[in-house]
Design a protein around this ligand. Structure first.
Ligand code: ZN
Length: 308
């Protein structure tokens, strides 16, 4: 139970009748805890850990990358009032730095491995079709959960925070954590295995969101600044050709979401096989974090092994 909840309970019991224990117990049971998060992987972890007794608040619109989401004042207030606020850390959700979130209920889920954050040097600005504002990917790389060991550390930090806030739920939460960690460990092992089939040959990615995945699974990724729905004009194709020329023999092209069929065709004519590896930063239209990650693995497993 956190300080704010205690305060609210005390104030309310005072209002009803001073020191009336029965009233405060009733209020306590009527209060469903809330846990606010800044991206879908954290929502998924919180749902797996505490979905049975808490409501998870994740308000980012489904067609945006939550990393560049600017919540409305109303949404910020909703998060400020949550029992727990889970941040991704690593430069994610920069609005949180100025939103005066209550210190005692805010948890930075990646702080345990902040020493191994990756810094991106390029800071070229670009725009995604569905997001109006420009952004750059310079600074700290933030798709931390794509290294599934790091995802496990984030889940563990979340479970510890929930257990500390709701001690009567701690045993159940730790049991849920064990099951979640088993799933994440499996994702890690199987991803390492399917990626090793590619013999660590360089692959091209549409967008710079794979830094931790690249490091964890020993790939070499050459990133463009493409959007899956953008038009592949002369400039975009010239950028791609430059990468191909510098890396002869590169065979695979990774998209974060399903590209247009015309893009698949175009890249095929350029000798590239496309594969979707979603970082699942927003809630998927169907399935969940685990099924999306398993679909990534299946797609990678279908690529013919590179034998050079
Ligand atoms: Zn971008």
């Amino acid at each position: 139970m956190n300080t704010r909840f205690l305060l609210a309970t005390c104030t309310l019991s005072f209002l009803f009748s001073c020191g009336a224990k029965r009233k405060s117990t009733e209020i306590e049971s009527a209060h469903k805890p809330t846990i606010a998060v800044v991206n879908y992987p954290l929502a998924y972890f919180a749902e797996r850990l505490a979905g049975e007794f808490a409501t998870i608040i994740f308000d980012a619109p489904s067609d945006l990358d939550p990393a560049f989401w600017e919540p409305t004042d109303e949404q910020i207030v909703r998060m400020q009032q949550a029992d727990l606020i889970l941040l991704n850390g690593a430069n994610y959700a920069q609005w949180a730095a100025t939103a005066s979130l209550p210190f005692e209920s805010t948890v930075d889920t990646s702080s345990s491995f902040e020493k191994s954050f990756i810094t991106i040097e390029s800071a070229i600005k670009h725009t995604h079709l569905k997001e109006g504002a420009e952004h750059s990917h310079g600074g700290t790389a933030f798709t931390t959960w794509m290294d599934f060991r790091q995802a496990g550390m984030q889940a563990t930090t979340i479970a510890t925070a929930i257990g500390a806030d709701f001690p009567d739920q701690k045993d159940a939460v730790m049991k849920n954590l064990a099951a979640l960690l088993t799933d994440l460990k499996e994702l890690h092992t199987v991803t390492a295995k399917v990626v090793s089939n590619l013999n660590h040959a360089p692959v091209i990615a549409s967008h710079p969101s794979y830094q931790y995945w690249e490091r964890a699974y020993r790939l070499e990724i050459l990133s463009l600044l493409w959007d899956s729905e953008m038009e592949l004009g002369t400039e975009a194709i010239a950028d791609l050709k430059k990468v191909q020329e510098a890396n002869p023999g590169v065979k695979y092209f990774i998209w974060d979401s399903e590209p247009l069929p015309a893009h698949l065709e175009k890249l095929k004519t350029m000798g590239l096989t496309c594969v979707v590896v979603s970082s699942c930063s927003n809630r998927p239209a169907s399935g969940d974090f685990l099924s999306v990650m398993r679909a990534n693995i299946e797609a990678l497993a279908k690529l013919s092994p590179e034998r050079s």
